[in-house]
Design a protein. Structure first.
Length: 72
């Protein structure tokens, strides 16, 4: 599938980008001990699997390209 660059949306409007940024922030918070919470050992694997599935759904439902810079 080819996207027309004139119909591309700005990168900050990408749901996939925002979801991935939140996922990274969540992982960093867990890695550096956000509070006194000790997660069960299986939660890390469950989180990775859930993130992968959500990413797949977001990518499959993408209808518009993303642009990094404005087109001249």
């Amino acid at each position: 599938m080819r996207f027309d660059a004139t119909e591309a949306k700005p990168v900050w409007q990408s749901k996939t980008l925002w979801f991935n940024l939140l996922a990274v922030l969540g992982q960093v918070a867990l890695a550096y001990g956000f509070g006194d919470h000790d997660a069960a050992p299986w939660t890390s694997e469950a989180a990775v699997g859930t993130i992968a599935v959500i990413n797949l759904v977001l990518r499959l439902t993408t209808k518009q390209a993303v642009r990094i810079r404005k087109q001249p």
